[in-house]
Design a protein around this ligand. Structure first.
Ligand code: AGP
Length: 614
């Protein structure tokens, strides 16, 4: 949540910062702000998006300011408002800060500062931190870097911060714990950002700060990195950025979400490239091969994740039990981390996360590691915190996902999970040659099959038009299609704000059926594998209550078609692969409904792409 950008060098800072903020808006977009420094300093901040900030800043001259920082916010403490927007200034107006994270003990610090004569304009925890820094700087007569270091030793929480002291306005100090922070290194210039996207056109060289690291970056003296806790100087590891500009732009699509839906054939190909070797009957995931013994001896797998990634985890739970006969359980990371779970030494914990930054998932794997578990991460963002905190893992290689609603992240997570299921089945001796070949061939064919399903876009748009004004939707599926139903419902609610629930189809009779009437569209994933007759009966029960039925069926289906008002056909594949294909029409349905309702599908209200607070 929240994106921060900074620049120090020989160019005008403002255009770099504002462009960077637009790229980071996926992290939060309820307010935005910028601070620019030189002989005279400018601080502009506002409730609203970066576009609103741009309009306001147009009244100022931003030329000749070679140091600056900006922020795009997802509110934690205090409502979205001009006053609560970042940057925040200390009481003297001399220290400015942008912050991504949460200071949990802000209330006690605020009281201490108030007792010492400090006053506060905003409701934020960040304003407390900047004043704590000022308090320490004045009272302990230390330089800004030292004051920040001492202040950070007193805070409990998570942060990525950038701080400028106007008395030293050729210097910017950054620090990190829990929230991500990258430094881009150019020629006599430095960039700071929550991820590398704001500076990829200027430099390919970056440093990802680790927790408890800080850096003092100076225009004249270069930069120094050291440990917040021990004061020791750190020699940074400089990495090459692989990201390209075109992957973070809309490429002719109206919305990132639509682009990302259409990217799925390519993304899935990238996920299995070099790993799925159909003719050789091999799945080559290095994170498994390097730890083969651990997987061979696995007696239990726990999967931790949130949101869409949790839905992918539910498919993994079914598949690992089904194909490899390993007991598996998916847990909400936020529950797992606080409920004193039983984790034994040698247990396998799989963390699934697109961003690799989700605070609850990160905390869950830390807990798992403390208890001796082996942690395997399935992440999209390369070098993310969860990827780094895992013992081994597999990247999904979906490419940057910018739309807040996960689309290609989900289907590529499922692709990794299916490959893992096949490989674990081989290791456990539960997947034979014939089954391996059948599923592997279908997996390899998925990109083409997805193209075929994407071609139904116009048909789905028509269905969307009919139901765009509904207030509630129900999504039903059995077996592997139950996670797909949950994901379909989540997609609809998060971008169109229509209330939607996903249920195992048979559970409907235990309560939700009471909601069904002619005003309730019901989406049923009723493909022909696995309990087909049972789901036909469920569809009949819904029909008898006059609901409008939109069904996703296997090509050539007759029975469900007869009972449905609308049908979308998907190609026949083995049960475990159906959630990938069924997700495509569900993504398109929610996309079109949201657009027809005038919603911003890329930046839905109250949400952020990367949930770095618990
Ligand atoms: C998906 O559409 C959501 N925006 C959300 O549920 C997301 O999947 C969740 O916050 C987990 O994020 P992660 O995969 O980056 O950990």
């Amino acid at each position: 949540m929240c994106g921060i950008v900074g620049y120090i060098g020989h160019r005008d800072a403002y255009p770099i910062i504002v462009k960077g903020l637009k790229r980071l808006e996926y992290r939060g977009y309820d307010s935005a702000g910028v601070a620019l420094f030189n002989d005279s300093n400018i601080v502009v901040k506002t409730k609203g998006k970066v576009l609103d900030l741009e309009q306001l800043t147009a009244m100022h001259s931003t030329k000749g300011k070679f140091l600056g920082m900006g922020h795009t916010r997802w509110a934690t403490h205090g409502i979205p408002s001009d006053l609560n927007s970042h940057p925040h200034l200390s009481n003297s107006g001399k220290i400015a800060i942008v912050h991504n994270g949460i200071i949990e003990n802000y209330a006690s610090l605020k009281k201490m500062l108030s007792d010492n004569g400090f006053h506060f304009k905003s409701d934020t925890d960040t304003e407390v931190l900047v004043n704590l820094i000022e308090f320490i700087k004045i009272n302990q007569k230390v330089k800004i870097g030292k004051a920040i270091q001492i202040a950070l030793s007193q805070v409990v929480g998570a942060y990525a911060i950038a701080v400028v002291d106007v008395d030293r306005s050729d210097e910017i100090v950054v620090a990190k714990l829990g929230s991500p922070l990258a430094i881009g290194i150019g020629k006599d210039e430095y960039f700071i950002a929550s991820d590398a996207s704001p500076f990829i056109e200027y430099t390919k060289r970056t440093i990802y700060l680790d927790d408890n690291e800080m850096a003092v970056i100076s225009r004249r003296k270069g930069f120094k990195m050291y440990s917040i806790t021990s004061d020791e100087l750190i020699t940074p590891t400089i990495q090459d950025i692989k990201l390209s500009l075109e992957t973070i732009e809309k490429g002719g699509y109206d919305y990132f979400m639509l682009k990302e839906i259409h990217e799925q054939p390519r993304a899935i190909t990238d996920t299995f490239r070099g790993r799925l070797l159909v003719d050789e009957q091999q799945i080559n995931i290095s994170g498994i091969e390097h730890n083969r013994e651990i997987f061979e001896n696995a007696t239990r797998i726990t999967i931790v994740a949130c949101g869409t990634s949790w839905h992918a985890g539910l498919v993994a739970e079914y598949l690992f039990e089904d194909a490899a006969r390993i007991p598996a359980e998916v847990e909400y990371a936020s529950e797992f981390r606080y409920r004193n779970p039983v984790i034994n030494k040698g247990d396998i914990v799989i963390a699934i996360s697109q961003s690799g930054e989700t605070a609850d998932t990160l905390a869950a794997i830390k807990l798992a590691k403390e208890n001796g578990a082996f942690v395997f991460g399935i992440c999209n963002v390369v070098g993310s915190s969860i990827a780094r905190a895992s013992d081994a893992g597999a990247y999904t290689h979906a490419g940057p996902e910018i739309g807040v609603a996960s689309t290609k992240a989900f289907t590529t997570q499922l692709t990794v999970i299916i490959m893992m299921g096949l490989r674990l089945g081989q290791l456990k001796g539960t997947v034979g040659k014939a089954d391996f070949e059948r599923v592997a061939k279908q997996l390899a064919a998925l990109p083409k099959l997805i193209e075929d399903v994407l071609a139904y876009d116009k048909q789905i748009e028509k269905i969307a038009r009919e139901y765009k004004d509904a207030s509630n939707f129900l999504y039903l599926g059995r077996g592997y299609n139950f996670p797909a139903a949950l994901e379909g419902a989540l997609k609809l609610k998060e971008i169109s704000y229509i209330h939607a629930e996903g249920y195992p189809a048979a559970e409907m009779k235990h309560g939700p059926i009471a909601l069904i009437d002619e005003n309730m569209p019901v989406v049923v994933i009723a493909t022909n594998k696995g309990h087909y007759e049972k789901i036909v009966s469920n569809v009949q029960e819904i029909k008898s209550r006059n609901a409008n039925i939109i069904s996703i069926v296997t090509k050539g289906d007759e029975s469900v078609k007869l009972l449905s008002d609308h049908v979308v056909e998907i190609p026949e594949v083995t049960e475990a692969l159906v959630p990938i294909l069924a997700s495509i029409p569900l993504q398109l349905l929610s996309y079109h409904i949201a657009i027809m309702r005038g919603c911003d599908v890329d930046q839905p209200r109250n949400l952020a792409k990367s949930v770095t607070v618990e």
